[in-house]
Design a protein around this ligand. Structure first.
Ligand SMILES: [Fe+2]
Length: 171
């Protein structure tokens, strides 16, 4: 079967639109779904900490986290649409996010400002690791477009981690 012909996978219709094989598309889009779930998780956690921030640096941290949340949210549409460009599916629901997410939620009350910032620093570091894993899969299949988007997201994620590390270090 040629790489560009229409195929149906066991998981539903899959019609590769790129010149990548079916196996490549399935592997890359699975990475993209997991990344999207992690990015939504990090977005909501960053927003939650923006809302629940307290302490004498409230204004600075509240604003920093809003800025970071905005950048994180901007990734979501591009991750989802990259999967659609490859002819694959993406996330459909909150339930699917909870099944795919690797970063963990935090429902605890009364976290200190330092605990919130340290946790976001760790989560952003972890996200960089997941982005590198996805990048390896894209490179293996020569999907340069996904790889190049991921490179930008790694740079942005490392920047967020840097800011959080500087702030946590100064406490
Ligand atoms: Fe706000």
């Amino acid at each position: 079967m040629s790489a560009t012909s229409k195929v149906v996978s066991g998981k539903g219709h899959l019609e590769p639109t790129a010149d990548l094989g079916r196996e490549a598309v399935e592997e890359i889009s699975s990475q993209l779904r997991r990344l999207l779930a992690d990015v939504f998780t990090l977005y909501l956690k960053t927003k939650s900490f923006h809302w629940h921030m307290t302490g004498r640096h409230f204004r600075d941290y509240h604003l920093l986290l809003d800025e970071q949340a905005e950048q994180i949210f901007a990734m979501t549409d591009n991750i989802a649409e990259r999967a659609r460009k490859l002819g694959s599916r993406t996330l459909r629901s909150i339930g699917e996010i909870s099944r795919e997410q690797r970063l963990r939620d935090n429902d605890r009350d009364s976290l200190s400002a330092e605990e919130m910032l340290s946790q976001l620093r760790a989560d952003n570091r972890e996200l960089t690791r997941f982005l590198r894993l996805a990048h390896e899969v894209c490179e293996r299949h020569n999907d340069v477009a996904s790889a190049s988007l991921i490179e930008v997201w790694i740079d942005e994620t490392e920047r967020r981690t840097w800011f959080l590390a500087e702030v946590v270090g100064s406490n």
